[in-house]
Write a protein that binds this ligand. Sequence first.
Ligand SMILES: O=P(O)(O)OC[C@H]1O[C@H](OP(=O)(O)OP(=O)(O)O)[C@H](O)[C@@H]1O
Ligand SMILES: O=c1cc[nH]c(=O)[nH]1
Ligand SMILES: [Mg+2]
Length: 209
Amino acid sequence: MASAHILDHPLLQHKVSMIRDKNTGTKEFRELVKEIAMLMVYEVTRDMPLKEVEVETPITTARTKVIAGKMVGIVPVLRAGLGMVEGVLNLIPGAKVGHIGLYRDPETFQAVEYYCKLPVDAEERELIVLDPMLATGGSAADAISLIKKRGCNNIKLVNIIASPEGIEAVRKAHPDVDVYVAAVDEGLNDHAYIVPGLGDAGDRLFGTK
Ligand SMILES: O=P(O)(O)OC[C@H]1O[C@H](OP(=O)(O)OP(=O)(O)O)[C@H](O)[C@@H]1O
Ligand SMILES: O=c1cc[nH]c(=O)[nH]1
Ligand SMILES: [Mg+2]
């Protein structure tokens, strides 16, 4: 069974508090989501394997380490996941980027797929799925199912704010996937929005409401 990891670095907690604030405008919200994604992926990649190499320094030869193992792909769930892409690419510039388009039907809260484009060699990569919000967990679980259908089995999920129900749903559907979150909130309201949450992440990122 994979684990849910709560990333509670003080900088993350501070920045999450700022995006929760309804008075934080679109520009600042976008910048903060980017920074949060960067701080989160720093922790998410902590177990990356290393290999020893030899490097000529200006002084002598050094035996030193570089990243080894699988290459990385990142998969934002449209739209809101897009806000996390730049922050992750700042730290892993060689990552390929796939996209999964899902929206949540406002009546049924079921995820509806409208787009999926993954890197051609996705099954050879470690894939990091990005979405700021994990509410019912339906969108994340469906996104991971789509990725698995393409033969990918090395998947991590990164959400900024999660509900306990969302974490449980993903763990049940995909027990092999580690989930990384910066905050676990109280639960969901009647519209399946996270409480206290931050509202609609996509609308706040793109100024659509
Ligand atoms: O866990 P769930 O209950 O599935 O809800 C979470 C999903 O809802 C939001 O997307 P939304 O449907 O609002 O689409 P958007 O990013 O285009 O606004 C969010 O970014 C997640 O993808
Ligand atoms: O709280 C929520 C739930 C779903 N989608 C969001 O953007 N926010
Ligand atoms: Mg939305």
